[in-house]
Design a protein around this ligand. Sequence first.
Ligand SMILES: Cc1ncc(COP(=O)(O)O)c(C=O)c1O
Ligand SMILES: [Zn+2]
Length: 435
Amino acid sequence: MAGPADPVVTGAHCEVCGTIVVVDRGLVFGCPNASPEDRRHVVRFDSDVVPFRPIDDENPFLAYRRWLAVDAFGAAVGLDDGERARVIADLDAAVERVAGTGFRRTPMLRADRLSESLGFSESGGVWVKDETHNVAGSHKARHLFTELVHLVMAERAGLAPWSSPAGRAPLAVASCGNAAVAASTLAAAVDWPIAVHVPVAADATVLGMLERLGADVRVCERRASDPSGDPCVLRFREVVRDGAVPFGVQGPENMWCLDGGRTIGWEMTDQIAAQGPMLDRIFIQVGGGAFAACVGASLRASGVHPRLHAVQAAGCAPLARAWDRARATGGAHGAGKRWRECMWPWDSTPVSLADGILDDETYDWIGVVEAMAETGGSPVVAPEDVIVGAHRLAHELTDIDVSPTGSAGLAGLIAMREEVGHDECVAVVFSGVRR
Ligand SMILES: Cc1ncc(COP(=O)(O)O)c(C=O)c1O
Ligand SMILES: [Zn+2]
């Protein structure tokens, strides 16, 4: 049983094959049974149940440090409490120098005009978590920060295979959006080389940002010999197989992304509690699924139970299909063992204005399906006109300069508005500033 300041995470296990995954060795990124040919393994952190009493600190990684798996990792490899806090604070200061901001609690407020326009009563409404001011303009940096903390703690404990920063293996990511910008920002903060795998149609603004951050940008065309799936992900897996450090936001590639992503859910829990109401539902836009999986896991750790709704666009909805398949093949709980029956890449070319959630496969689907089942939630597939309308509404009725991807959670709420009571308190996350 954990003492009052001890780390809460006790270990981890694979949700697919059940294997215990050790969190006291450096540079372990996932289930030992995963291989370059079989990426269908994903880890869940196990925790002691302790009263949820975060420290009062504006930096979420310090406020919730005790609940983070990297804190348990640091303790297990011999770093004392002060050293563990210092790693986080020092990295945060380095990030602030590059990004102009470090990790600070982001605002969460009732959007009054939006709530009224959607027909909510005074006692209900829509609360918007404004993540557009987080490091690198989206929540993605939260997932990546714990990956970085893990690497730096492993180095401090002498567990990295290189003896000095000059010998570090490069980082690698597959993304052309918020994850790429966030990964390149954190890499620049610690001067760590990074290879970013982007599609042929990558946005010029994002490419310019990546170049300025010093990333090694690699454009990935589909090759005739490629199996199905995103060619950027295929190239990313190849460089990881050859020794690069996975530094993206997909749990099967680096389980430490499933750690820091939970801070946004903990923050939301605290912020709503401070304002009075109980949240009835949370709508999270889903691409690869790490974000919604983390919000789901955060609710479990903090003991609150709003319904989780995972939102996808009609032009790419493999998670909703997986939910149906899971329920048809034995139930939503424990569906990880039925990966092949439930989750496979979307059959047609993914398309939506919300282009940041067009991952053709929901890599972290298991955590999302589990959390929806546990909370009585469900997936929502938003028609394209609702995705477009939600983005317009977000700009008309709030002051947040959110991207269409970032307002897609709101599209989910609008799509199922008739099933939501007027007095319900509902949260969405506007993440991803318009570029
Ligand atoms: C703003 C924004 N929201 C949500 C998502 C979806 O996150 P995930 O891929 O973890 O499901 C993304 C992913 O790119 C994003 O950029
Ligand atoms: Zn496994």
